[in-house]
Design a protein around this ligand. Structure first.
Ligand SMILES: Nc1ncnc2c1ncn2[C@@H]1O[C@H](COP(=O)(O)OP(=O)(O)OP(=O)(O)O)[C@@H](O)[C@H]1O
Ligand code: SF4
Ligand SMILES: [Mg+2]
Length: 338
């Protein structure tokens, strides 16, 4: 972890379980990270790895059928897991804002979208009346919605998925939160709109020193917007580093596999690490959860649980063989050259 004292978010040992077959199944295990002021942490990992569960927990949301078994979450000085529901409601949408994976679900179907943004501004004391209405139109223009006054008069179902997504992003940004959490925010958007949103996020972040958690499958987006990246596998953070360091020297075999899957980002050697198989929650060993898919795995890996350890400045990795794997790669390069 980067250990900064000015962290806006500090998550410590977060462990979440879901009800399954009459018992509890673990979905997040001992997840810890920090996000500093003005910093964007990317959270990547394949489907089912626990990204949305982590994002929701920052708001004190428990998904149906789940429990937070242990851990602490401090956001902007609030100990989230001990706040009353009333205090949490005040914090949500004001100091901390969420752009969820399914934007349509976070809009009120029976209310015009302009009025919804005005309501958010008024509820958090940012602006009221005509000033709030003007701010709503500016916010719609900022996210590239054509004809903001016409959009403001529409109900959610009268907008396309991409337009709804932009309305939700506008609503999340309009109160200039200290922390913005975005869960796959640009998936329904075309490439041009996605680029526009990324530029807008970078601008707002700089203007307000806003901190962001950016959940995505897209490593290209991570390389554009994130200062650091946490890689999640089967409910655990297996690697966390600055973006530059992660792409230059990925240490965990899973991270290497993720990067290998993006030809533009992978070096020729990294391409050899292509991931095999799928994340199977029902087949996780007690030790390293990645072992069944890891081509470097040894017998001990299946029983030996891994916690992140330093692998460089601002770089932690949860693989006890990371040094050997890195050396093996260097030797391969050396023999290929000789
Ligand atoms: N309500 C629920 N009940 C039981 N299990 C759940 C529930 N919601 C999520 N899960 C399980 O928790 C795990 C993590 O899910 P989560 O949605 O956090 O993953 P994710 O990384 O966001 O995936 P995606 O990339 O598909 O959005 C998955 O194995 C999923 O099956
Ligand atoms: S601990 Fe072993 S199985 Fe896990 S990633 Fe490292 S080498 Fe692979
Ligand atoms: Mg998700």
């Amino acid at each position: 972890m980067n250990g900064s004292t000015s962290a806006v978010i500090r998550v410590d040992g977060l462990t979440v379980d879901f009800k399954r077959n009459g018992g509890w199944a673990n979905v997040l295990n001992d997840v810890s990270f920090e996000i500093g002021r003005g910093e964007t942490l990317g959270l990547v990992g394949e489907s089912g790895s626990g990204k949305t569960t982590t994002a929701y927990a920052l708001f004190g949301y428990r998904r149906p059928g789940s429990r937070i078994a242990s851990g602490r979450i401090v956001v902007g000085g609030h100990d989230v897991l001990t706040l009353s529901e009333r205090k949490l409601r005040r914090v949500r949408g004001g100091e901390v804002s969420l752009v969820p994976q399914n934007p349509a679900g976070s809009l009120t179907p029976s209310m015009r979208v302009g009025a919804q943004v005005v309501e958010a501004l008024e509820a958090h004391g940012v602006a009221a009346g005509a000033k709030a209405a003007r701010r709503a139109l500016e916010a719609f223009a900022d996210v590239g919605l054509p004809d903001p006054p016409a959009v403001a008069r529409r109900y959610p179902h009268e907008l396309s998925g991409g337009q709804q997504q932009r309305v939700v992003i506008a609503m999340a940004l309009v109160c200039a939160p200290q922390l913005l959490v975005l869960d796959e925010p640009t998936t329904a958007l075309d490439v041009t709109t996605q680029a526009r949103i990324l530029r807008l996020l970078a601008r707002v972040r700089a203007e307000h020193e806003m901190s962001m958690l950016y959940v995505t499958h897209n490593l290209g987006v991570v390389s554009q917007i994130c200062s650091r990246v946490a890689v999640m596998y089967a409910g655990e953070i297996v690697e966390i580093a600055t973006t530059e360091e992660l792409f230059r020297s990925p240490r965990h075999p899973y991270t290497r596999g993720l990067i290998a899957a993006v030809p533009r980002l992978a070096s020729p050697l990294q391409k050899e690490e292509a991931l095999q198989g799928l994340l199977r929650r029902d087949e996780l060993p007690p030790g390293c959860r990645f072992a069944p898919r890891c081509r470097h795995a040894r017998a001990e890996c299946f029983d030996r649980h891994q916690t992140p350890e330093p692998a460089g400045a601002n770089h932690d990795v949860a693989c006890w063989l990371w040094r050997e794997i890195a050396t093996e790669k260097r030797e391969l390069v050396g023999s290929a050259r000789s």
